[in-house]
Ligand binder design. Structure first.
Ligand SMILES: [Fe+2]
Length: 223
């Protein structure tokens, strides 16, 4: 039984998440980032959009603390994540400031349609989703974020003159979220009931597509 469930995580990684990350890396956004040709405005776009998204994630964790107050494992998992995540919108801002944004830009930031869709699905998965949907959603988002944080960290230093101060968010997320993803994978392996495998695949697929959609949306909305 355990081996079958381990295979589910391997299957998710091999068939859905890894190919999704490859597709994300082929988008105009990341192709231009890797060659140093992405406009600074499109890089600022990520700071503004992820700031809004990160606030949503932190509030989604509060929802889950409330929703799973009776379940020590889930309550503690979300309480720990909230303790970390509540500070991350400020780390995103620090990156934005290094790219020339001002406090005022964050105050008036509005999400693109695509980012709004991503935030909405994340909140839906946390608020209305089953525990397994909530965890797969987080697992997929964090795996993708971990990978693209590495990409940002390398290329922002190489082409855009950023240092440790500006790249702190990416330095933390290319490492820190690996623990989150491991915990979520363990939870999925232990709790995925027979018949729930397709739900797990669908949620991972939606999250992959939403991430790709979000970066395309940012590319198009900002010049
Ligand atoms: Fe974070």
């Amino acid at each position: 039984m355990k081996a079958e469930k381990t295979n589910l995580i391997d299957e998710l990684m091999n068939d859905i998440i890894e190919p999704g990350i490859q597709r994300l890396m082929q988008t105009r956004y990341f192709t231009e980032l890797r060659s140093g040709n992405l406009s600074p405005r499109r890089i600022q776009a990520w700071a503004l959009e992820h700031y809004l998204y990160n606030i949503t994630i932190a509030k989604g964790q509060v929802i889950c603390m409330f929703k799973y107050a009776h379940d020590p494992e889930l309550y503690n998992a979300f309480a720990e994540k909230f303790a970390e995540e509540q500070h991350h919108p400020n780390l995103v801002k620090r990156f934005g400031f290094a790219m020339g944004l001002k406090e005022e830009d964050f105050k008036v930031a509005r999400p693109t349609f695509e980012n709004l869709m991503h935030m909405s699905v994340v909140l839906r998965n946390r608020y209305l989703g089953s525990p397994i949907e909530t965890r797969v959603s987080g697992f997929t988002n964090e795996t993708i974020l971990t990978r693209y944080s590495d990409e940002f960290d390398i290329n922002l230093r190489k082409y855009y003159g950023l240092n440790d101060q500006g790249c702190q968010f990416f330095m933390m997320h290319k490492i820190a979220d690996e623990e989150h993803t491991r915990d979520a994978a363990n939870y999925i392996m232990r709790h995925c009931a027979p018949g729930e495998e397709q739900i797990v695949r669908d949620v991972a697929d939606w999250i992959v597509r939403l991430n790709i959609m979000k970066f395309d949306g940012m590319y198009n909305a900002y010049a």
